[in-house]
Design a protein around this ligand. Sequence first.
Ligand code: SF4
Length: 317
Amino acid sequence: MEPLISARNIKKYFKVKEGILKAVDGISFDIYPGETFGLVGESGCGKSTTGRTITRLIEPTEGEMYFEGENIFEISESELRKRRRDFQFIFQDPYASLDPRMTIEEIVAEPLEIYGVYKDADQRREEVIELLNLVGLSEEHGSRFPHEFSGGQRQRVGVARALALRPKFIVCDEPISALDVSIQAQVINILIDLQDKMNLTYLFIAHDLSMVKYISDRVGVMYLGNMMEVAKSEELYSNPLHPYTIALLSAIPIADPKVQKEKKRIILKGEVPSPIDPPDRCPFADRCPRAEDMCRQSKPEFKEVTQGHFVACHLVK
Ligand code: SF4
């Protein structure tokens, strides 16, 4: 199967007072049609910047980004505008991303108006009601304002709006992090249900591995702007190879108290280093429990070690 998304050597650097901040430093991955690709890492690792860069919400520094075979980093602004219908965003804070002065119906209808999808107001309204129904809201919710809704309901509105143009690819940027634990599962289930119904492909960004476990087909682990490991979900959770992934997984609590008691948590020492002008070596070298001299001398290549399992570590052959 051909990938829907092929990101190659994506770089996003920012010039800051102290030097060059390498937020994303040459990462590559594919996402296949109908798949959910989870992207995980501590805050500041570059995962949200990756989502914004590959969709050209911010301009890349370098790299190639193929969407259905077309390099969208090379297309003009007007071509990009047409393409934008195909990729949409669901953001972390639904309240901040919804205009408080607009009704829910206006919010969901806005992308349809911008792209002139329905000239007829009644047809547009019918479509908005259908979108609200798809996310478990009703026609009656359409006349209300965002402040009248709970966090979970607001995120449903965010999802309905993202679906309005019937996109193929959605970047879900920490869509459940701001919600109560009890609501998180509901939003995840809606996203899974819609994926089946509408053949959607997701990039699902989260800061910890437990959150992406149930929704992702494959997972990528980022650290300091670099991709450390990519594998199928079951493979990554049962056979993590990169020392950073192993440490992240060791921090996830397990429901079985006996297993939890025997489990050894790896506490990472030290701070995440600065992404400004990073030295050419393994980005994880300062905190890695297995670091050797060579880790401080050169940056490990991101390579496929078994089929579909990619790792960037000198010690993983
Ligand atoms: Fe650790 Fe070295 Fe592997 Fe980096 S290359 S993750 S420092 S063992």
